[in-house]
Design a protein around this ligand. Structure first.
Ligand code: AGP
Length: 628
């Protein structure tokens, strides 16, 4: 999952490319490169191992002129991170160059066939095969660059978003996509065009954006209308969308890292997420009957598609990583408020497990980026088998949002830090609204509980603000764990998925091994791990399971585990049992995850910072996983 940027127009391309790469660096950051075609059709290519900043150092004092260029920041799949394997890759004759996000699965076969025709390769990448193939097709068919790209992509198997330029065609940029995302920004009167893996690098220049669909090729000619055609050759009308990205969300707002900024964004973005979806009402949205003024949940997608949703025999939620943890909470919420059975599946397993999907099943796909390849494939499988597909997504206009039958955006704004934080609480908030709204239509929600939960949901942002005030205390506690090698996170009920999420956050950014576990499961094995060197984060703030959790806590205390407890404010019982604890405001059981996860996000952040690690761009990771 790499980041691609391209520009053709009247401005110097280099600064636009570099700024765009910085915006996309969360997608991959092990090497970077750019290519520029200058006024005299000179093709200059610069590549560096490491970050975009290393590429900038590489171009110092070099010729970076030109109003046509492409650039790339990489997350290595084929060929280790190096300047040679970095993109752009260039054809053997030095004319054509390309950047690519995705995987060409049959690259080895294509490479052999090209080697038989005298092509030599400098890198171990699958991508270099594509540029040589385009050059081969262009010479063989004596055709235009975009036709050569089209014939080549007919032979390629796999996922790709590519941008291609040719120094013999200095007024043209060709792009194409299959499974990997690609957006094209149209400048005023076609005076310039911007290309990127998502809208964030384009938003400051234009709001007119075309999202390429699978198997589409874009031919971008200087000063001409954008032309889009299918791999088959047939022309299609590009759909221009007005996309408004809040640019202030794209910088750190004075915080040292995007992750900490996004943790502190949560009170406001959850208010944004609930805005217009929790309304004062004198008429029940479900029954239409008048009742004394109260709160109501209105989700337009649930309202418009209540027939499909109410006739669901079963829900299957598919997702990955943090979104999978949100799905586990969604299961408990939907089963509790809608009394409909829910299964939760890792999308990567679901897509290859030949699952039984019935036409009266509803498949829900949860994704922050909206581009996760496994989740996208799980959606396509579900649709092929006739299921109705509901999306819970953050990235507006993303592939998953465009490939589901309907859905709800979580509206938490761009999430840049690789470790997901505000998207998790945004997903849980939307899943709560979804379960309440559908339960209301189904008549399976107790009205008193409905009012209590909706009212308390509106108090959650404020309660999160109270937890955020403990940032310094948590920072201090985190110092104790800088040298820990392992961690256990324990919780029950709604807090079990939070324990999993807390462990994932710590693993992702501090590289400390950590496991989340249902607290009562400890006795069945993991309790053997407990000794004074095993930090155990214990989520006790779940009042419906409180006594059970206390017994589990006792089991760990009696084996000298070093406990850090997340406790409800004023819980003197646990305060009397453990030395280290973080107090959080009490809330309703089903809303507990929205509070419990906050101290875990902050703890993992400070442990990683104390270990001197790059919190926003942890090693080996990328923000959206667009390859399987
Ligand atoms: C979470 O911090 C990770 N970045 C990762 O597990 C992520 O949740 C997973 O890749 C799913 O991404 P998505 O929500 O964008 O589909």
């Amino acid at each position: 999952m790499c980041g691609i940027v391209g520009y053709i127009g009247y401005r110097d391309a280099y600064p636009i490319l570099i700024k765009g790469l910085h915006r996309l660096e969360y997608r991959g950051y092990d090497s970077a490169g750019c290519a520029l075609i200058s006024q005299n059709n000179q093709l200059s290519i610069y590549k560096a191992k490491g970050k975009v900043a290393d590429l900038e150092a590489e171009t110092e004092g070099q010729d970076i002129s030109g109003t046509l260029g492409i650039a790339h920041t990489r997350w290595a799949t084929h060929g280790a991170p190096s300047a040679v394997n970095a993109h752009p890759h260039v054809s053997m004759n030095g004319n054509i160059t390309l950047v690519h996000n995705g995987i060409i699965e049959n690259y080895a076969t294509l490479r052999q066939q090209l080697e038989k025709r005298g092509y030599e390769f400098k890198s171990q990448t699958d991508t270099e095969v594509l540029v040589q193939l385009i050059d081969f097709q262009k010479n063989l068919r004596q055709c235009s660059l975009d036709e050569a790209v089209r014939y080549s992509l007919k032979l390629a198997i796999g996922a790709y978003a590519i941008a291609v330029i040719d120094r013999n065609a200095p007024d043209r940029l060709v792009a194409a996509r299959k499974a990997s995302p690609l957006a094209i920004g149209i400048g005023e009167e076609n005076s310039e065009f911007f290309l990127a893996s998502d809208a964030s690098p384009i938003a400051e220049y234009t709001k007119q954006i075309v999202y390429l669909n699978d198997d589409e090729i874009a031919v971008i000619e200087r000063g001409q209308d954008l032309q889009v055609k299918k791999i088959s050759g047939q022309l299609t009308e590009p759909v221009v969308k007005e996309v408004d990205v809040d640019l202030s969300m794209l910088d750190k707002g004075g915080f040292p890292h995007f992750m900490l900024k996004e943790i502190f964004d949560q009170p406001q973005v959850l208010r944004d997420c609930m805005r217009g979806r929790i309304v004062n009402n004198i008429y029940s949205s479900a029954t239409g009957q008048a009742h004394e003024a109260s709160l109501d949940v209105v989700l337009s997608a649930v309202k418009e598609h209540r027939r499909e949703l109410l006739s669901a025999r079963r829900f299957i939620i598919v997702s990955c990583g943090t979104s999978w943890h949100a799905a586990l909470i969604g299961k408990q919420l939907i089963e509790h408020f809608c009394r409909i059975p829910v299964e939760v599946a890792y999308a990567s397993e679901f897509r290859y497990s030949d699952p039984v999907i019935c036409s009266d099943d509803v498949v829900m796909a949860i994704s922050q980026s909206g581009e996760t390849a496994d989740t996208l494939a799980a959606i396509q499988l579900a649709k092929q088998q006739g299921a109705f597909v509901y999306g819970v997504v953050n990235a507006v206009g993303s592939s998953i949002a465009r490939n589901t039958d309907t859905g709800t955006y979580i509206h938490v704004g761009p999430e840049i830090g690789v470790a997901s934080t505000k998207a998790f609480t945004g997903q849980v908030t939307v899943l709560t609204l979804f379960a309440l709204a559908l339960g209301q239509y189904k008549g399976t929600v107790d009205q008193q509980e409905y009012q209590e939960v909706v009212q308390e949901l509106t108090n959650i942002p404020e309660k999160i603000e109270l937890v955020l005030k403990q940032n310094d205390k948590i920072k201090e506690l985190a110092q104790k764990f800088v040298d820990s090698r392992n961690f256990l996170y324990l919780g029950r009920g709604f807090n079990y998925p939070v324990a999993l999420e807390g462990a994932l956050k710590l693993k992702e950014i501090s590289y400390i091994h950590a496991e989340g576990y249902p607290a009562a499961e400890m006795k069945h094995g993991p309790i053997a791990l407990i000794d004074e060197n095993m930090p155990v984060v214990f989520l006790t703030n779940h009042h419906r399971r409180y006594q059970k959790v206390i017994s589990n806590l006792q089991e760990v205390i009696s084996r000298h585990g070093s406990i850090l407890a997340i406790i409800n404010e004023g819980d003197n019982q646990v305060k009397g049992m453990v030395k280290d604890y973080i107090e959080v405001p009490q809330t309703l059981s089903c809303l507990t995850p929205l509070i419990s996860v906050i101290p875990l996000q902050i703890l993992s952040y400070h442990v990683a910072v104390a270990r001197g690690l790059n919190v926003d761009q942890p090693r080996n990771l990328a923000k959206s996983v667009t390859v399987e």
